[in-house]
Design a binder for this molecule. Sequence first.
Ligand SMILES: Cc1ncc(COP(=O)(O)O)c(C=O)c1O
Length: 393
Amino acid sequence: MIYNFDKIVDRHGSGSIKFDGLLPRYGRDDLTPLWVADMDFEVCPEITESLQQRLKHRIYGYACAPDSYWQSIIDWSRNMHGFVFTREELTYMPGVVKGLGFAINYFTREGDKVVIQEPVYHPFRLVPEGNKRQVVNNGLVEDANGKYSMNLDELETIFRIEHPRMMILSNPHNPIGIAWDVEVLKEVAALAKRHGVIVVSDEIHGDLTIFNHEHHPFASVSADAAEVSITFSAPSKTFNIPGIVSSWCVIKNPELRHGFFSWLDANEFDDAPFVSTVVTEAAYKCGSEWLDQAKSYIERNIVAIEEYCAEQLPCIKPVRPEASFLVWLDCRALGLGHDELVDLFVNRAGLALNDGEMFGHGGAGHMRLNVASPRSVLIDAMNKLKLAIEELR
Ligand SMILES: Cc1ncc(COP(=O)(O)O)c(C=O)c1O
């Protein structure tokens, strides 16, 4: 089957934050939404059919996750990434960000230090700070060619001097789209083991590696990594089902796992609604062809944006992602301050992107573009941006 990612689906009025949430967020509802990280593509038919089939049974009582649900996660992770874990090492999570909140509350105390790597997905700062933990930033390093890397020397210093209790790793990294190299992850694991730091690895974008890059689940890179890590992942980004909350957590180390899983269980945070289990199973069992096609469509969208910028908007430099559908646009050559840059995109070009500063240090002068939209929408957006820049000058 060939899936049609060119199809424009009107999402207005569907309760979508990306479309119906424009007015409160941007003060206007007439913008082209290229912000929140979900896709404007219809899901693979098997997902919809699985839900329809279940809904035909007209009793929606308390659910119990079937064995086949757990097995679908175990099989998917082993087959896709060689990440092997057992049923007892796995539990349900009502969302990855909620998982971060649970882990911070369970494993750390007020005032404890948590390391993040900005620019990074903003809840990595908001969740610890909202829980009165101290965030320590181990900022990514950008070289002269716009390539980003992890500052392992500084990470070692932070671990040694600041004694953080936890590090939150974006693996792959949002918003830059880095699929971390296995040697870098091994080094992070060795440092964490040496200094007694728990590494929470958020792998929600892990299935979405592109341009021949590979995802390395952190817990699988070494014995140290298995020992120090908590992994959160989900089929939500992969199959465009984030509105159906369905995430999961793996902890290999029994000393970290037992207490945490018991606490989740005692509070019933790990109770999976039937909608989540039905859809997760359908996605993992039937969605791989859809995913392959979606990823190659996304690759072609990224190339289209790169070509557009090179030919018509050389003042904007897209950083090619190694994973996912978010493109980090370097707009620094425009020479605009934060408010002017946002005004250019929102009010002059009519586009809703995430502005780089929301991702913390290193984000100034950047915008994050979501390219999981039909190509015609993206090209139209680039034309609007080009016009707005010309008018500005
Ligand atoms: C790195 C990362 N983690 C977590 C999330 C959100 O996960 P959830 O919706 O399961 O809380 C996102 C969404 O953009 C993300 O980019």
